[in-house]
Write a protein that binds this ligand. Sequence first.
Ligand code: NAD
Length: 316
Amino acid sequence: MSDPIRKIAIIGAGSVGATIAYACLIRGVGKSLALYDLNAEKVNAEVLDLNHGLQFVPMATLEGSSDLEICRGANIVVITAGAKQKPGQSRMDLAAANTAICRDLVPKLLAVAPDAILLMVTNPVDVITYVTLKLSGLPRNRVLGSGTVLDSSRFRFLLARRLKVAVQNVHAYIAGEHGDSEIPLWSSAHVGNIPLHEWAVAGHGKLTVRDRTEIFQNVKTAAQQVIAGKGATNYAIGLATARILEAMLHDENRVLPVSSLLENYHDISGVCLSVPCIVNHTGVEAPLLVPLNAAELAGLQNSADTIKQTIASLGF
Ligand code: NAD
């Protein structure tokens, strides 16, 4: 396995950006990290705090600045800059403000890191991934979004807890928009090689229709639950993003539900959304053609239409 990617630049040192840096450091993802934010005081303080813990993590360096030069030569740029949801706001409500930030940032970033893969985290992440792909002119493999990696992790956690099995043995994806129109891929979900719809194990129960409804509803409202209590979500997205970065850095060919451009995917084209994809040192490969039942296909098409409407309203 090759390991050609070394420098990770993180744009935005807010709750999400700083936690991605922390997760990367403690997992040993990336030897060289750079954090950039318009707010010099904030970025300097976050970097100082993180650097004070360097003794306790695998060898790495971390630097920060309010000057974009800090990102020069980065192999991967993670974008977290921008407005976040306030209680009651949907992710789509952030589209115009965060697109304006990308319009300004993307050309400047490519000037200092022309060979970088761009990993979008800023919401609405599917819209922002599409907009960045168009603004950058980069090939599709080099622009991806964290997509439903986080939602799928929330889904697996809830399924694992209900069925009393380790979360690592649950294989189930949330696909589509990272947002209100996302869909659970129930038909292909399985636990330890047993299709979820056949799961009935003594002492571990089985999933009723009501369980399914509750679990999926819980996934969809998870961010709002966290935001209502502490104002932002940061730990799980930090870990999820570190995982995606690791897949690229270590050329893992790992299957992850990241957001990327779909072309003729179950007849869906011209939109970025999440379906399982292989992620490696080139970025994101073409999506895997996972089997979908009629309801899942209709749900995915609806999700694609929802994202397309917002993209069109932004003039892309
Ligand atoms: P935050 O307000 O804590 O931090 C945002 C940071 O961006 C601030 O420090 C701000 O100074 C900086 N910033 C703004 N414009 C900038 C620019 N042009 N250049 C550099 N820095 C700039 O917000 P947060 O909680 O860290 O959330 C950041 C984004 O991540 C939001 O859009 C949020 O919705 C999104 N998010 C996505 C996911 C996901 O799963 N994709 C999960 C959680 C949060």
